[in-house]
Write a protein of this length. Structure first.
Length: 162
């Protein structure tokens, strides 16, 4: 009887610890996104354009140990020019924790956040798109918008437009 009670209490403690870890990682993720969105807005105010990677393709936000992020941590690359622009403003945080579970491919995992310049008329980046995942369904994306919930993950995006 005593052993079963101890086992039950130990299970509760492990679940509570895991929930606290998820909340901590999500809080750090949101803090990183807030840093990036602030830097992008400051850069826009100073330069009349968002940091411009010279393309409308996706780029990693952050400095990753293997220079890659997103699908299984391998599908999107960093760009030195973008990192140099951002590095003038902040240390480049990178979220290298894999978050698993996408509706069409539940075995696929996601790492970090990605950025693209959505609109570049005359080579000037006028609008941007940042995307990331949060652990757990129905999580707050802060300044972003929940796009959907996928197998216990929340897909978020932050988009500006003129």
């Amino acid at each position: 009887m005593v052993i079963s009670i101890i086992g039950f209490l130990a299970t509760l403690a492990v679940v509570a610890l895991n929930n606290a870890r998820v909340k901590s990682r999500n809080s750090k993720r949101l803090a990183n996104i807030k840093q990036y969105t602030t830097v992008f807005e400051l850069a826009y105010d100073q330069n009349s354009e968002y940091p411009n990677p010279g393309t409308t393709g996706w780029r990693c936000l952050g400095d990753y140990s293997d220079n890659k992020c997103w699908y299984d941590g391998t599908s999107v690359s960093e760009q030195a020019a973008l990192n140099n622009i951002l590095d003038d403003w902040i240390d480049l945080p990178a979220d290298e924790n894999l978050i698993c579970g996408y509706a069409n491919n539940p075995g696929r995992c996601y790492e970090g956040c990605i950025y693209r310049c959505v609109s570049r008329p005359n080579g000037v980046c006028e609008s941007l798109d940042i995307r990331w995942f949060m652990e757990g369904s129905n999580q707050s994306c802060g300044a972003g918008t929940i796009v959907g919930n996928y197998n216990s993950c929340t897909y978020c995006k932050y988009i500006t437009s003129l």
